[in-house]
Every structure is written in structure tokens, then in C-alpha cells.
Write a protein that binds this ligand. Sequence first.
Ligand code: FES
Length: 375
Amino acid sequence: MSNVRKMAHWSAPLSKLAHWLTNEDSFSNYLYPIASIFRPQTHPDLIPAKVISLVWQNKNIYTLTLKPKRSQFRNFLAGQFVLLETEVNGRRLQRSFSISSEPDAYERHGIIQLSIRVQEHGKVTPWLCRNAVEGSYLHISQAQGAFTDSKRIAPKLYIAAGSGITPVLSMLLQAHDKHDQNQSSLLYFVRDSSDTGFGSEFKRLREQGVDIRIFSTPESGYFTEQHLQSLPHKAECYEAYICGPGTMIESCKNVLTRSGIDEQDIYFEYFGFPFTHTLQETGDTSSVEGHAISFKRSGRQVHCQKNDNRTLLQIAENEALSPLSGCRIGVCHQCACKKISGRIKNLRTNTISDSGPEEIQLCISQPVEDVALEI
Ligand code: FES
């Protein structure tokens, strides 16, 4: 038997033994907290990344420059994100952050940049800006995500809102490095156009001929047909990349398809929660009397009131359970969990499941009736 096959042969029983003895899935997970005191780079699954700097772009967004371990971090595609793990008050928390720098910068200098908006009541983003000091270590995953350049030669229209600019910036900077940006237009929607940040990146891109237009949403609202008509090419020539809140993406898609852009030429990534419909808004009344959520492995049960719009992830966390999570918007699949019974609503697709067992993503699922979960 080869060494690889021998290891695979033992991995399931070892994992069971580790779970039985330590309540962790592996012995390395159990030993990790002790090992990390002596070697902060140590992590059983993730890649160590040294903090090089933390620079504020504006009063809400900071850019973290990281140097991931070269031998472990494969490069990424512009537009992708990484999961970043921190330990906050003794709890390991993961969140997903888009990479705002370009892949060529990693090739040349071994660095990546994450541009992060501080979430006022968040656990991770305020902690990071206080604690990610130069020389300290964080841990990241390999890059993930399918919001990347199609490689088709066509004029590109980028539409970004708020911190949805980060993956778009990476795409534009990469095109800049490949001298392929002359056909690009960026429409960037912000709340306050005097405080957008990314001044040096925008300057560099403008010097290379990228058409960058910044709009203040309180004055101009979001994207309309008029914006499209003011661009250098006819609408149907464009390939469009949109990143921002779900409602903004839906409205941009409608404008673009109405104007003749093929749906297949529209790429998008949700930043923030994809949909804001409540169960009652969508005509589903089965939750009006409330419902019970049972967590089988932990033996807990909680009753949700009518009009409770929390996701199953939020409900579990409020019960002091610690299901794994990352992006919290249905992208990374970290929160995948087995539903034993009960119908749930998928907030991303706006569909209701059937009542049988299936794998669901807790962060984009709301209960429609009594639901039992494996965790
Ligand atoms: S936390 Fe990323 S998909 Fe749910």
C-alpha cells in the first residue's frame, strides 16, 4: 500500500478518535492553540500571512497588506476572495474578504491586499484594525470565488457600490498590468463622493486611460439607462461586472438586459446580503405563528416569533452554538450543514425547499416552519 493510501486508510478512525478524546476533528486542531503560542505562524489548515501594513483609505475602509507564505499560497485570479481567520476573545472566527490588489503584485512582490470596511457591530473587522499590527501573523485560505474575468475581448463595464469596489479594483489593476484597460469603464456609486479612498489606484488607472466615474448615491441614485447611454460604446457591446448589495445588483441587471446586454455577459458578486425580502413580503405566511428550531447534536430547541427575519446562522449563534461561517452571504459554503427536516427559504434564490433532509447553507436560510438541524 502506498504511503498516501495508508494515510487515507487511517484518517477516518484517527478523526473519530480525536473527536472522542478532544472534541476536535483532528489532534492538530486540538494542539493548535498551544503550538501557536510558541510559533504564531502555525495553523492546521490555513496559510500564515505576515502583516506588512494597515492603511486607512477613508474613515470606514482600511487596506491590509499581507505577505502569505510563498510555498503555500498559490496565486489568485483578480476578483477572488480569501477566508481570513482571527482569534477574538478565545474564539476562532473566519470571514471572507476580497483581494483588492492584482495577481501580478503577488507574482512580483509576494504581497496581497485586502480592503475591509469596518462593520460597526462586527466582531472581526473592528478587531482587525486594532490588532493587525506590522509583523504579526494572520491566517488565510487559498483564494476562492468565481467572480473573475471571462477573458473575452470586449469593452468591459464595471459597476460597483460601496466596498463592492474591492474585487473590481483587482480586476482593473490586473488589466492595467496587461495594458488591456483602454476599453474599460468603471461606474462607482458611493454615499459620499468626497471620501471614496483608493486615490492612488484611481490615479494610476486614469493615467492608463480607464474611464472612471464616481457618483454620490444621495444625489444621483443608482445606475440607470442614462449612465449607460453616456458610455463610449453601444450597450450591447459591453460585458458587465457588477459588485454591491443585492438590491443594487438586481436593478443593474434589469437595466442592462433591457438595454440589450446578453444575460450571459453579466457577471456579478453580492456584497452585503443578497436579498432583503422578509417571509411576509414574499407572501409566505406559514411562519406567522412562529416555529421551533431544533439543534440535534447540541440538544437545543428555540422558538422563533413571527416576523423573526434572522437566518439559521444568526439563530444558532444567538443560542451560543458556534457553527463554522465565513462570508455570511452564501458564497464560501463554510456554513453548510445538514437539515434533517422542515422547509427553509433560500434567501439567495428566493425559493422554498421541501421538508426532507438536505444540505443547506445556514447563512442564507430562514425557517419557514419547524426545522431540525444536525448541529
Ligand atoms: S458563511 Fe459563507 S456560505 Fe455561509
